[in-house]
Design a protein around this ligand. Structure first.
Ligand code: NAG
Ligand code: NAG
Ligand code: NAG
Length: 325
């Protein structure tokens, strides 16, 4: 039994594939909501962070350039308890898509028929944006990360293991695959974050501990085309590690929030991923249950700062300036 234990320890050590980065970075908690739970983040061109929470139907703004800035509620969504994905529409700068639903934050069960994707338009008023329904997804079992392909909003369904395209007439599944499924009953999640990178769609599946890539083509007549379904695993985070959402930098590298406690850098090539902040045990207080990441905007200093949200109500500023390769 002793030998078996040693074997298991060695095996566990070997399964640990990701080294820490050679150059340490600074990570600083810039905001903490007691008993909070930030789910996702997007950044306005004026540097303001927009934060969603599965515990609330209210979208909050935070100015990261202020020392101890305060959360400012900017929009509350009707018939919802939770907000998840948020993404700026590239064809409408200053307008963000937000996923709202009635979701139990403990069980992660979403009330059937409750998923609605809204647009939130800050172009006229930064404190009182104009809200409109982009489309409901009545058949979705959950809505998690959002991304945009040209002008089509895509939503990850963590329960069905699928990607929806948002349309005015109820949406449609554009891809459903085993690589997007949860690996256990709820609250375990399948596909979580997704982002378009050039001609590829990248997605992280919590239950598969991995980041995947699938080629996509530009939508035709509003319908998304998948160039075949050649799905490829880009990075593996190791058993028990659950990737959530991630940021893609201008070079195409990804910075992945991984539960329970790592920010992982995956070079565009997919080779030699490494831990930027935290560790696989989740014992680093500055990287506790990271959920999402987005680069700052508005100045060179902001652009080299990665803002990471966490499931314990934190916003962490990571200076990745010297770390980018
Ligand atoms: C919210 O739900 C109520 C009751 O189902 C419905 O009448 C109302 O139109 C909904 N509001 C929105 C903005 O969807
Ligand atoms: C949410 O789910 C938990 C765990 O399944 C359950 O105990 C709780 O009652 C649920 N809350 C609501 C408001 O349904
Ligand atoms: C990965 O790291 C190894 C060891 O440091 C190195 O030899 C190799 O060239 C790296 N591969 C890539 C693709 O950077």
């Amino acid at each position: 039994m002793f030998i078996l234990q040693i074997f298991l320890l060695l095996f566990a050590a070997r399964a640990r594939a990701l080294p820490s980065r050679a150059h340490p970075v600074t990570a600083k908690v810039i905001h903490q909501v007691p008993n909070g739970f930030f789910e996702n983040i997007a950044v306005r061109a004026d540097a303001t962070l927009l934060l969603t929470s599965v515990l609330s139907p209210t979208l909050n703004a935070l100015d990261p350039t202020q020392v101890s800035g305060t959360l400012v509620p900017v929009a509350t969504f009707p018939n919802a308890t939770s907000l998840t994905g948020i993404v700026e529409l590239p064809h409408r700068p200053g307008v963000f898509a937000v996923a709202a639903s009635v979701t139990n934050s403990t069980s992660r069960a979403t009330q059937p028929g409750s998923v609605v994707i809204w647009s939130v338009d800050f172009t006229q008023d930064k404190l009182k944006p104009e809200m409109q329904i982009l489309g409901a997804l009545p058949q979705a079992a959950s809505a998690n990360g959002l991304t945009v392909l040209r002008d089509v909003v895509l939503a990850a369904d963590s329960a069905l293991g699928a990607i929806w395209e948002v349309t005015e007439d109820g949406g449609a599944i554009v891809l459903q695959d085993d690589t997007m499924l949860p690996n256990a009953p709820p609250p375990a999640l399948g596909i979580n974050g997704l982002h378009v990178r050039g001609c590829d769609l990248l997605y992280a599946t919590s239950g598969r501990s991995a980041l995947f890539r699938v080629p996509v083509s530009a939508p035709r007549n509003g319908r998304v085309g998948l160039a075949g379904t050649r799905i490829e695993k880009v990075a593996d985070f190791g058993a028990g590690q659950a990737p959530d959402d991630f940021a893609v930098d201008p070079e195409g590298n990804t910075w992945v929030a991984v539960h329970p406690g790592e920010l992982v850098f995956v070079p565009r090539s997919g080779h030699n991923a490494s831990v930027v902040v935290g560790n696989e045990q989740g014992s680093d207080a500055s990287m506790n249950q990271p959920t999402s990441a987005a680069f700052g905007r508005g100045s060179p200093e902001q652009e080299r700062t990665l803002y990471v949200t966490t499931g314990v109500g934190q916003v962490v500023a990571v200076d990745v300036g010297q770390s980018k390769s």
